[in-house]
Design a protein around this ligand. Structure first.
Ligand code: GLU
Length: 367
């Protein structure tokens, strides 16, 4: 699948804008991204924005050099965040869209109850047609208790929203086999199937002087997204209309597809979920297949209960007995449409497919 097809097929897109794209006068550029987002909205897609830039803008306004002191960073964030939002509000308003500010601290996505709370807010905003503009609440985050970079934050936000595509826009146009600054002959990798230690090592450390993230945090974000069935595009946002460019033929980007192979700690985390958000009743044939190590396909699902989005943990039951738990690749509404269908019929019925499995075996634990 090309970046263009991926964006066209997506229902919900999370877009992360790096600090390097928001320094200097970026009014026209922000307007062009707002126009691209308005176009996606007009196609019926929901869009969230994760915008960095508060610290950089605040430093500029206060005339602070890049002080590493946390208090200075927090003061810069407190000053820059309203400037950032004012700029986004104006950009979206010009296209008839309303923006909403959401400032998260790490506990909002890592503690389940707060996760659900944040998710409800995002769902409500998206339902109201508003574009959530998310950032870390830098002015109160402490050094030990923060995301620290908006790449991984954006992956968690994409997960909160049940996004199917995460677009990481920055001043680099993708992941290169080697550092392209040190070696201009290094080739861009179009598609990165899995992210392991080699890729993370090749990504090196932090990126530009203004942003916190580098390629490494982008790959980490993509790996998180992969784990909940969301594809990631690492692409350049340097020029105007970055999303429209991504949808043009021959667009360059690195695509990390939605599939993953989670480690066992991940499975333990699934098994330990305190509040599964739904349950799937399956037939005996499907139960036998799970016992042999297969994934749960929609064809074996007889009933669906609860409210869940892709990536949420659900119980799997057969004859009223819990067989296991897993992270659903499809949300409750989608699952009720595809329950009982053969895998080959999913795309025909939904208009897209997140894969053949309702719960992939990598995301499934038998209890
Ligand atoms: N949250 C920071 C800001 O708004 C940016 C973090 C990052 O660069 O990833 O300035």
């Amino acid at each position: 699948m090309t970046p263009s097809q991926l964006v066209s097929n997506a229902q919900c897109i999370a877009i992360k804008v790096g600090s390097s794209l928001l320094t200097g006068d970026r009014t026209a550029w922000m307007g062009s991204l707002a126009a691209d987002i308005a176009a996606l909205r007009a196609e019926g897609k929901t869009v969230l924005l994760v915008s960095s830039g508060a610290v950089a803008l605040g430093r500029q306004r206060l005339g602070l050099r890049g002080s590493p002191r946390l208090a200075a960073k927090q003061a810069a964030a407190a000053t820059g965040q309203p400037l950032l939002m004012a700029a986004w509000n104006a950009a979206f308003a010009a296209h008839g869209l309303t923006a909403a500010q959401l400032l998260l601290t790490i506990g909002d996505t890592e503690a389940r109850r707060r996760w659900l709370n944040a998710r409800a807010t995002i769902e409500t905003l998206l339902g109201l047609g508003v574009v959530p503009v998310v950032n870390e609440n830098d002015s109160v985050a402490t050094e030990e208790l923060r995301y620290g970079d908006n790449d991984r934050l954006s992956a968690r936000v994409a997960q909160l929203a049940g996004a199917d595509v995460l677009v990481l826009l920055s001043d680099v146009d993708g992941f290169y086999e080697r550092d392209p600054v040190a070696d201009p002959s290094a080739a861009l990798i179009d598609r990165l199937e899995a992210i392991g230690t080699d890729e993370l090592a090749a990504a090196g450390g932090a990126g530009t002087a203004v942003g916190t993230g580098g390629m490494r945090t982008k790959l980490e974000a993509a790996r998180i997204a992969q784990g909940f069935g969301c594809a990631t595009l690492i692409a350049s946002g340097v020029h105007d209309h970055p999303l429209a460019r991504l949808r043009a033929d021959g667009a360059r980007a690195t695509l990390v597809p939605a599939r993953g192979s989670p480690a066992s700690a991940y499975k333990q985390w699934i098994a330990g979920t305190l509040a599964p958000l739904g349950q799937l009743g399956i037939d005996r044939g499907a139960a036998d297949a799970l016992g042999r190590g297969s994934s749960l396909l929609p064809s074996g699902v007889r009933s669906i209960e609860g409210e869940f989005v892709p990536g949420d943990c659900v119980r799997i039951l057969c004859d009223g007995r819990e067989l296991g738990r897993g992270l659903a690749r499809y949300g409750a509404r989608e699952a009720s449409v595809i329950a009982g269908l053969r895998a080959t019929d999913i795309a025909g019925r939904l208009g897209y497919s997140r894969g053949d499995e309702l719960i992939h075996r990598d995301d499934l634990v038998l209890t």
